[in-house]
Every structure is written in structure tokens, then in C-alpha cells.
Design a protein around this ligand. Structure first.
Ligand code: ARG
Length: 543
């Protein structure tokens, strides 16, 4: 009986059903007035044209809650207020195991999570931060719930840009990642200015796609440099992506002819297009998804279609999540619709865009470097870690604090919205930040370590103790909301509230020498650690 909220919900649902003669969502919620509240009698009374207070009382007559609640009452216009018995709180805290009351799902799914997806030959920049950070939290959460998760890093590693770059490399394949970045800029300039270079670059793309040995060798060298850079970044970020998870656009090369011939395409100025139903352009005409360009080359749409089909048919995924910024929403909807019409994407398989807003600078515009260019992810992390180092002597702690701050700031903001990157705020020791939680965790741990007394079942008496116990028992419900929405601000907000509840508890209640309170304290540390772990944020033992 670890998820108390769900239990209350189930018991009330049964009582409501008995009274209403059909299913009613009791909508049990945490409340200020009691521990939990249901307002479902109000709506039901309206549709049954009866008195809500009397209806609520009738529901309670049918409800079996005595083993859970100390106080049960109808309040106001017809709310049902439930207060858990103190012994129930104590017992439930005591019985929590490693999973803190969160059960694994009954029917695990194979879920593909497509995240990070940087572009080869370029350094990772702030544009890949959110996909990488949120995607990794999604992976951790779904794995925690017992799903089989397949990470897919859909690298941009194919097409025209690589023709230019390889032509510019001209046989020198020893370039490092920042040199590749410069070479790429030079290549772009020449491509725009020199017709001969443009012609040769295009030829290179053809050679590349046809598997010309010399061209492939150069391309592989570029890829090797890029992979090393990406893996180093993932290592530093504490992100789970590994070499085996790289499935770049290039890996679908051999599939593309087949993909396009299986589609119902029409010709539009030499390009092969599909016009999925239900999409229109500004003038109300059909909207094309270009699957093969007029020069015969395949682009982003074709590789995404191939990737989707591979995920369904070979990886056997039933749920496919795309962690990509909002600007690519239409692209994805067109790809999904095309796959549906082609008969590849059919229930129970779902493809979902998990979109997010942009990272902004203090001026409220897209974050840019002082020189006006894109902000490299490595520089952004250096800045955060450098600022953290001002307060921390231990470089390992500074790294944990700085990286944690960047990730937490991202995850604690509403996923769908843009947010302003603010180093001062994200590294503040007060407020809803990871460093506040990291300190809280280390402090609770040290209390536990100092205590030599054995642990016991807590006796809940003081209001601060009660509040902490209720917070601890809310963890499963928060995990449920977070997994239903894949919005991690539910989890960050909860962890912050838990740390605050602990502070008040510690201020008012003497913990040392009290086995029950030590249990509360141990569970708090464990919950903070587990929660931060799901966010992919380190929780050092000592700070
Ligand atoms: N490389 C792309 C970019 O930088 C992101 C790839 C996202 N994944 C996908 N399946 N399209 O915008």
C-alpha cells in the first residue's frame, strides 16, 4: 500500500460508483483543509439534480476508509475531506522500500526515445541542450517504471553539408572538432561563391551516397572526430547516450530508395512529394512533404521516414518519442501522417512529439554569444562550473553543482515554454535550484550518518513531522503525473517542497536520538537522491 493517493482514489471511486450507478472520477487531490479532498460530489449532484452535501454523505456511507483515515467529513458545499490517521502515515513511511512506493508498470513497452541529435562536424551548441537533457530524464524515468527503452541519437551526418566539408578537407582528415567547425564555415563560403567548388561538392555527395571508397574514408574520419566530441560532452553532462545509441541519418542510406518507392508520391517540378491528408498551406492548398529532391538526393524527411519504419519494424517499438524543439512540429506531423497513410504506423504503435521551447538570453531573444554567434554547449557548461567553483574548493563538487544547475534550470521550467538562461538564478543557494537540493541532500545524509541510534517506525505527532511524512508519501503520485505528462517541473517542484518540509521538520523536531525521526530523515535523503537521479543530476554525499 505505498501509493496512498491512488488507494484513496480507488476506495472513493468504488463508493461513488455504488451511488451513481456508473463510473465517476473522484478526483482526489492534496488539500489545505485536510490531507486530501474530493470535489466530485459537486459535479455529480448537479447532473443528478440532488443536494451535493447529502450526496457526499451517501458516498461516505458506501466508502470503506476506516483503516486509512482518522477523520472523514463533508465540508462546505459538498467536498469530501480526508485526513489520514497518524499511525497510517508512520507505518507507510516505515514500510517504504528502495522504490519509495513507486511500482513498475504492469505492461512494459518498448519505447524508442529519439534525443540529442546533434549535427556531425560541428560542436554541440545550446540548441541541443534541451533535447539532450529532457530526453535523458525521459529515458531514466521510463526505465525506472520498467519499460524497455531504446535510445536513438539521430545524428545529422549525411547530405550536402558533408559533400562541401569533404571537398574542403581535401585529404587532410586529421582535423579536430573545432577545426572541422572552421573548415565547415570556409566550405560554406566557397560553396556560395565558387561555382567550381559547388559542382565538386555536389559530386562528392553523389560519391558519398554511392559508397566511393576515398570519399567514405574522409567522411568516416570526420565522423570519428565528431563522435569523440559528442561522447565527451555526454560524459560530462552525465547523459546516458553511448556509442551504440548513435543511429545517424547515414545509417538509413540503403533504405531510402525502398522507402520512397513504397510511398504514394506525386511529382512536383522533378521532386517526389507526398501530400498527407489534413494538411494545408497558407492558401488552403495541399502541403507537400518532399521525400526526394529534384536533384535525386534524399533529405531530412526521407531519413526520418526510414528511421520511423526501422523503429517500428526492426526495433519493435510501440511508443516512439521525439525530443525536438517546437519549430519542427509540422515536419514531424507530416512524417507521422505519411507513415500512417503508408500503413507503417498503426495502433497500438504511437509516435509522439515531445516538444520544448527555446533557451533565451537576458534580452529575451534566442541566446547568442557576445560575438553574436551560437553558444557552444561546452562554453556554457564551463561558465556554470566556473561560477560554482567560486563557492566550492573541490573540483568534483563544482562540476556536480555547475552541470546540475544547467540541467535543473532546464527541467524545472515549463517544457513547452521558452526560458531565459540566468546563471545567477540557477546557481542560487536559495530557492528552487539543484544546488539547494544537493545541499539539502548532503545535510540530511550527514544527520543520518551521525546518528548511531537504530531506526524505528515513526510516531507522527508534531505538525512539521506530519507534513514531511505526507510529502514523502506523495512521491508515487508525483512520478505518475510526471510520466503522464513528461513534464519534469512536477518533479522538481515536488523535490523543492520536500526539502523545504524537511527544513521545517529539522528546525522543530529533535532528530538525533529518535529512531522514528531518523527513519523520516533517511527516507528524505533517499527520495531526494532518487528524484535527482531521475533528473540525471548528481547528489554528492558530502558538500
Ligand atoms: N539533427 C537535427 C537538428 O539538429 C535533430 C534531429 C532530431 N531527430 C529527428 N528524428 N529528426 O535539428
Amino acid at each position: 500500500m505505498a501509493d496512498i493517493e491512488q488507494l484513496l482514489h480507488a476506495r472513493l471511486a468504488r463508493a461513488f460508483a455504488a451511488v451513481a450507478g456508473g463510473p465517476v472520477d473522484p478526483a482526489v487531490q492534496r488539500s489545505q483543509r485536510a490531507d486530501y479532498q474530493s470535489g466530485a460530489a459537486l459535479g455529480l449532484a448537479r447532473s443528478l439534480k440532488t443536494d451535493p452535501r447529502a450526496l457526499a454523505a451517501k458516498v461516505l456511507d458506501h466508502a470503506d476508509l476506516d483503516d486509512l483515515c482518522g477523520e472523514i467529513e463533508v465540508s462546505g458545499p459538498g467536498f469530501i475531506n480526508l485526513t489520514l490517521a497518524d499511525e497510517v502515515l508512520g507505518r507507510n513511511i516505515n514500510e517504504l522500500d528502495d522504490r519509495l512506493g513507486v511500482s513498475t508498470v504492469d505492461e512494459p513497452e518498448t519505447v524508442v526515445v529519439d534525443y540529442s541529435g546533434p549535427n556531425a562536424a560541428k560542436e554541440m551548441h545550446v540548441g541541443h541542450l534541451r533535447s539532450t537533457v529532457i530526453g535523458d530524464a525521459v529515458v531514466r524515468l521510463l526505465e525506472f517504471l520498467g519499460h524497455r527503452v531504446i535510445r536513438q541519437n539521430h545524428l545529422g551526418d549525411w547530405g550536402t553539408p558533408f559533400g562541401m566539408l569533404i571537398e574542403q578537407l581535401a585529404g587532410d582528415e586529421r582535423a579536430g572538432i573545432s577545426e572541422l567547425g572552421e573548415l565547415y564555415v570556409q566550405a560554406r563560403r566557397r560553396f556560395d561563391a565558387e561555382p567550381e567548388f559547388r559542382r565538386k561538392s555536389r559530386e562528392r555527395v553523389v560519391l558519398l551516397q554511392a559508397g566511393d571508397a576515398d570519399t567514405l574514408r574522409l567522411w568516416r574520419a570526420v565522423m570519428e572526430t565528431s563522435r569523440r566530441h559528442f561522447l565527451a560532452m555526454y560524459g560530462r553532462l552525465g547523459v546516458r547516450l553511448q556509442d551504440a545509441d548513435f543511429a545517424g541519418e547515414s545509417s538509413y542510406n540503403a533504405e531510402l530508395d525502398g522507402i520512397v518507392s513504397d510511398l504514394d508520391t506525386s511529382d512536383s517540378d522533378g521532386a517526389a512529394c507526398v501530400f498527407p491528408q489534413g494538411f494545408t498551406n497558407r492558401d488552403g492548398g495541399p502541403l507537400p512533404l518532399i521525400v526526394r529532391k529534384s536533384d535525386g538526393g534524399y533529405g531530412y524527411a526521407a531519413t526520418d521516414l526510414a528511421a520511423l519504419r526501422h523503429r517500428i519494424e526492426d526495433l519493435k517499438a510501440t511508443r516512439i518519442l521525439y525530443l525536438i524543439g517546437e519549430p519542427q512540429h509540422l515536419h514531424l506531423q507530416l512524417v507521422f501522417a505519411t507513415a500512417r497513410e503508408a500503413g507503417w504506423l498503426v495502433p497500438p504503435v504511437r509516435a509522439e512529439h515531445i516538444g520544448f521551447g527555446s533557451v533565451l538570453g537576458a534580452d529575451g531573444k534566442l541566446l547568442r554569444s557576445r560575438e553574436g554567434g551560437t553558444v557552444k554547449l561546452a562554453d556554457l557548461l564551463d561558465e556554470a562550473v566556473g561560477r560554482a567553483a567560486v563557492h566550492n574548493a573541490d573540483p568534483e563538487i563544482s562540476e556536480a553543482v555547475g552541470i546540475g544547475a544547467v540541467k535543473y534550470a532546464d527541467l524545472s521550467n515549463d517544457r513547452a515554454k521558452d526560458y531565459v538562461l540566468d546563471f545567477d538564478r540557477m546557481l542560487s543557494l536559495k530557492g528552487n535550484t539543484s544546488v539547494y537540493l544537493q545541499y539539502a541532500h548532503a545535510r540530511v545524509r550527514s544527520i543520518g550518518e551521525r546518528a548511531t541510534t537504530g531506526r524505528e517506525e515513526p510516531t507522527i505527532a508534531h505538525p512539521a513531522e506530519r507534513r514531511l511524512a505526507l510529502e514523502l508519501l506523495r512521491f508515487p503520485a508525483v512520478i505518475r503525473t510526471t510520466s503522464q505528462t513528461l513534464e519534469f517541473h512536477h518533479l522538481t517542484g515536488y523535490l523543492f517542497g520536500l526539502a523545504t518540509a524537511f527544513s521545517a521538520f529539522y528546525e522543530h523536531c529533535r532528530v538525533l536520538g529518535n529512531g522514528g525521526r531518523l527513519t523520516l530523515s533517511d527516507r528524505t535523503a533517499q527520495t531526494l537522491r532518487t528524484g535527482l537521479g531521475l533528473l540525471g543530476i548528481a547528489a554528492p554525499e558530502r558538500m
